[in-house]
Write a protein that binds this ligand. Structure first.
Ligand SMILES: [Zn+2]
Length: 238
């Protein structure tokens, strides 16, 4: 069931069950000042979701053709897979440059790396060749969003901050569990030390944000930047 978090900001509750449940966010830029009027989908869920992205769009009063832009936090099937279910999509699709290189085969992770090996198989099955991907770099602005390169979970993992919505779209930089922020698990990540560094650098560099909108767990709707700061201090003591 689509959940309205604020005017122009929706959470779609997709996926099958934890940990395969994932949040997707719909942002209607026309509802806030700053940026542009584009309708943006942040991540897309798995290739198969219950409920479906289309069902959730419908719930929120949108159709696929309304989507102007898709921001992907990283190349993992629970974030990019739902694109395949959005027939009729005519949107600009953005993803961190290193993950574009990964899926395009411009960079080859080691077969001996647990997640790298998985990605070498995943990109054969889910190539994203149908999409003209825009490669996002740290500091890029896309409408009202500012990109923060936050590698570790994936080499190109990217967080998108939106000042107008007082929100950070965190992808898998962090997960939420029982009201606390945690970092993803080793099995599902490239480099745990790099994740810790990314949490710290994002906490240091990001403008304030009340809303911390991660893909796994319950979005934090107040004081998310303070929780991020506290997590950074726990992970990388000064
Ligand atoms: Zn994920």
């Amino acid at each position: 069931m689509a959940r309205r978090l604020a005017d122009g900001l929706w959470q779609f509750d997709l996926g099958l069950f934890r940990p395969l449940a994932s949040n997707v966010f719909l942002v209607d830029g026309a509802e806030v000042s700053g940026g542009d009027d584009a309708v943006t989908l942040v991540d897309t869920g798995l290739p198969i979701n219950l409920p479906t992205v289309r069902g959730e769009l419908d719930d929120a009063g949108f159709v696929v053709a309304d989507i102007d832009r898709v921001l992907l936090t990283h190349y993992d099937l629970d974030h990019v897979g739902g694109l395949a279910r959005l027939a009729g999509l005519d949107a600009d699709v953005y993803m961190g440059a290193a993950d574009v290189d990964l899926v395009r085969g411009h960079w080859h992770p080691e077969w001996t790396h647990h997640k790298g090996a998985f990605h070498r198989l995943a990109r054969m099955l889910y190539s994203m060749d149908d999409y003209d991907l825009h490669a996002v770099e740290d500091g890029d602005t896309i409408g009202g969003f500012t990109a923060f390169h936050t590698p570790g979970h994936n080499p190109g993992h990217t967080v998108y901050h939106h000042e107008g919505f007082d929100a950070a779209f965190l992808g898998d930089l962090v997960w939420e569990e029982d009201g606390e922020l945690t970092i993803p698990i080793w099995l599902d990540s490239y480099d745990m030390a790099e994740i810790r560094e990314s949490v710290r650098s994002f906490a240091d560099r990001a403008p304030p944000f009340e809303r911390g909108l991660m893909c796994h767990g319950n979005p934090v709707l107040e004081g998310a930047d303070a929780l991020m700061r506290a997590l950074a201090d726990r992970l990388v003591p000064a």
